[in-house]
Design a protein around this ligand. Structure first.
Ligand code: SF4
Length: 323
């Protein structure tokens, strides 16, 4: 992993924050504006399954699409939302965030229409595209590479775990090998695309060292960023049904903080952290862990924990990885 100028952990930081990455990349804070593409995913449309991934709350994902996307094209969605964000935060630059479902799951010609429509909206500085490792065939990588020659693209890649037992338990429909091969293909075929890996920590199938192993694989995979989530159990998901009939352990906030610490210490300091934990968007739908319902307390407690333990991102990786 190249560590570019400015991408070092400062004395005041336990890790490389997303806010600094955005300032280094765009010169100022830049805001993500969610848009609904209307695309599906192979674990919803029957290609792999019709049940969804075990942690996925269809109502949660669908609600955004239902409220914000249906019947309106990408440009309309962006133009409707940008003024409010501009006014509230004094923002001037925005990224179109293709967030829900799998936003590379269509023919390249259709994807190109969607992406270029977003890029044609005034003040849009680039794209953030959420997808799965098994939905990036070569023609899609060629499209992303072509667009990335003139525009910023961040690919939010739902790796979730590098542990096959956990991937099976989550019913993801892809395995570790698929994620590693996709990272390798992205690095070669679409090198200007910034990959941000999504990971879930805390499945009962995880083994000691899971967080360290994931960090080392992201270092080797040359990702630009990472987004961490605790395993969260939502009532309307398959995990919710399993948990109701046969409860399984979830992590306390201290246990989760330990895994975040382990992850950060093995993660190259050139990889930014967009998120250290997630918040349940519908509190009444969250079955556990209960701290997932609170927005700020877990963030603050994790930060305090990292400071108390004198966390320095990348402190346990070798100099060859750090450079
Ligand atoms: S987690 Fe993503 S890929 Fe899995 S069912 Fe939900 S939207 Fe589809």
């Amino acid at each position: 992993m190249m560590c570019l100028p400015g991408q070092v952990i400062t004395d005041l930081e336990t890790h490389y924050p997303y806010s600094r990455y955005l300032k280094e990349t765009f010169g100022e804070t830049t805001y993500k504006v969610p848009v609904a593409s209307g695309l599906s995913c192979p674990t919803r449309d029957g290609a792999l399954s019709k049940d969804g991934c075990a942690f996925c709350d269809l109502r949660g994902s669908a609600s955004y699409f239902g409220k914000q996307g249906r019947g309106r094209n990408i440009a309309e969605q962006l133009r409707e939302r940008i003024p409010g964000i501009r006014e509230r935060f004094g923002a001037r630059k925005f990224l179109a965030y293709f967030q829900s479902y799998t936003n590379t799951y269509a023919e390249p010609a259709r994807l190109e229409e969607l992406y270029l429509e977003a890029l044609g909206v005034e003040d849009i500085s680039g794209l953030c595209i959420s997808t799965r490792p098994d939905c990036l065939p070569d023609p899609v990588l060629e499209l992303l590479d072509r667009i990335s020659q003139d525009h910023y693209i961040s690919l939010e890649l739902g790796i979730q775990s590098f542990n096959d037992q956990t991937l099976d338990w989550l019913k993801r429909g892809h395995n570790e090998r698929c994620s590693i091969e996709t990272l390798e293909r992205l690095a070669v075929r679409a090198p200007r695309v910034d990959v941000c890996a999504h990971l879930i920590l805390g499945a009962p199938t995880d083994v000691p060292g899971t967080a360290r192993d994931a960090a080392l694989k992201l270092n080797a995979g040359r990702v630009r960023g990472a987004k961490l989530h605790q395993l969260m159990i939502l009532k309307s998901s398959e995990l919710g049904e399993r948990f109701a009939t046969d409860p399984f352990p979830t992590l306390t906030l201290d246990q989760y903080s330990e895994r975040v610490l382990e992850f950060l210490e093995y993660l190259s300091p050139g990889i930014y952290l967009e998120r250290l934990c997630a918040t349940a968007s519908h509190k009444d739908e969250c079955l556990g862990p209960d701290w997932s319902c609170d927005r700020w307390t877990p963030h603050n407690r994790i930060r305090e924990f990292l400071e108390r333990r004198q966390c320095v991102q990348g402190s346990k990786v070798s100099d060859t990885v750090r450079l």
